[in-house]
Ligand binder design. Structure first.
Ligand code: GDP
Ligand code: MN
Length: 383
């Protein structure tokens, strides 16, 4: 789960990471008040969960509170589009923060690196808005330091990495301190990512987090109830948020063939088969093991909330999931939903025959193999 910049900064400030003062506002008038409190010289920043806000026009510096307030007023309600997020996101709040003078911009992050199976520190003296470009054209400029899971970060290796990353001498001590604090915050909050870009070096000789990005491992959210309440954040896809509320494993994929299966592997196979047959999967949806009729019903409802869906494929291989329970759920769902799209089902395994019998007089087209099912739904949906 990604945290907003202001939440990330609050979290890191608790670990002693220097961050500029500021608060969030939901409208221009509040933004202006906050800007006045901060003395007028502020930066207004869209709080949307996407990268590249600066280039998208979502970050702007001001010298007086009135202009900051009116810009905030215009920005709120607008959709920001960036290279990282072409679909864009609507701005619901802005962070109004003390503007800092920046002499240099560095990059520092702690993240989990699958290749080395370690948490790693990433450091670069070439931070700022073009770090992705640096990674491509000048990867040597980004230093990676693995964190030993048993011993943690040793001071000497951290100092070496900071030098190696060409962080200038006067900033080195503060950077070592900063990384230690980030690494602690990372571990104690079950984070997947803690990133400061830019990590600003001021003309006054102070290192400060001008931006911050923290992502918490979703599987650990039960240990961080303070963030759970925001997990249905309106900035997320509304259907994925609804799925989360219903406790359904669902990912929206943007196509038009709805897919329900049991088990992540089987669902992914179904996506591949639909794609191979010339279809565009609308979603990933795993009903989970041992799903009862009510849950199946809820899954069908969810898929149909996506207005793009033109056809529905159900692929169940019964183990602990029973074909008859799935069939009952489908029947209930179709009775209450007045379905106007074709539905193809492949139900095999435990209680498959009972399941098929339940669906015998329904609109559902039965099939026996996954390939056949995929071909059939593509044929019917795009007819
Ligand atoms: P991002 O584009 O979404 O990563 O948003 P950032 O928070 O990183 O802001 C983009 C850019 O705006 C930064 O790289 C900075 O150059 C600039 N910026 C942000 N805050 C300040 C500030 O307080 N003072 C100055 N001078 N520049 C800032
Ligand atoms: Mn940034």
């Amino acid at each position: 789960m990604k945290l907003h910049e202001y939440q990330s900064k609050d979290l890191l400030a608790r670990y002693g990471v220097p961050v500029p003062g500021g608060r969030v506002a939901q409208n221009g008038a509040d933004a202006r008040t906050i800007a006045e409190e901060l003395g007028g010289k502020v930066v207004v920043k869209a709080q949307v969960l996407m990268g590249g806000r600066g280039k998208a026009g979502g970050v702007k510096l001001f010298d007086d509170a009135a202009s900051a307030g009116s810009f905030a007023g215009e920005l709120i309600g607008k959709r920001l589009v960036s290279i990282q997020n072409p679909q864009g996101m609507v701005v619901e709040q802005v962070l109004v923060a003390e503007q800092i003078d920046i002499a240099e911009e560095y990059y520092v992050a702690v993240l989990t690196d699958r290749a080395s199976e370690r948490n790693v520190v990433m450091l670069s003296a070439k931070g700022g808005m073009d770090i992705e470009e640096v990674a491509k054209t000048d990867p040597e400029a980004i230093v990676k330091l693995e964190i030993d899971p048993k011993w943690g970060l040793a001071d000497f290796e951290l100092r070496k990495a900071v030098k190696h990353a060409h962080i200038p001498v006067p900033a080195q001590r503060q950077m070592v301190e900063m990384v230690k604090r980030l690494a602690r915050a990372f571990v104690e909050n079950d984070a997947e990512l803690v990133e400061i870009n830019p990590c600003a070096w001021t003309p006054q000789g102070k290192l400060i987090a001008a931006d911050a990005k923290v992502a918490i491992d979703d599987n650990a959210l039960f240990r961080h109830p303070e963030y759970r309440s925001t997990s249905d954040d309106s900035a997320e896809d509304p259907l994925e948020a609804e799925a989360a509320r219903r406790g359904i494993a669902y990912v929206r994929l943007g196509g038009d063939i709805g897919i329900i299966g049991n088990g992540a592997g089987l669902v992914m196979c179904s996506l591949d088969e639909v794609t191979a047959a010339g279809g565009r999967p609308a979603n990933f949806l795993d009903v989970g093991g041992g799903a009862q009729a009510e849950r199946v019903h809820s899954c069908v409802e969810l898929i149909l909330m996506d207005p793009n869906v033109k056809g529905l494929l159900i692929n169940i291989f019964g183990g602990i999931t029973r074909g008859d329970e799935v069939a009952k759920g489908l029947k209930e769902a179709f009775a209450s939903l007045d379905l106007k799209i074709p539905v193809v089902a492949r139900i095999e395994g435990t209680a498959a025959e009972e399941g098929k019998a339940i669906l015998a007089d329904s609109i559902i087209v039965p099939t026996t193999t996954m390939q056949e099912a995929a071909a059939k739904i593509v044929e019917l949906a795009y007819a």
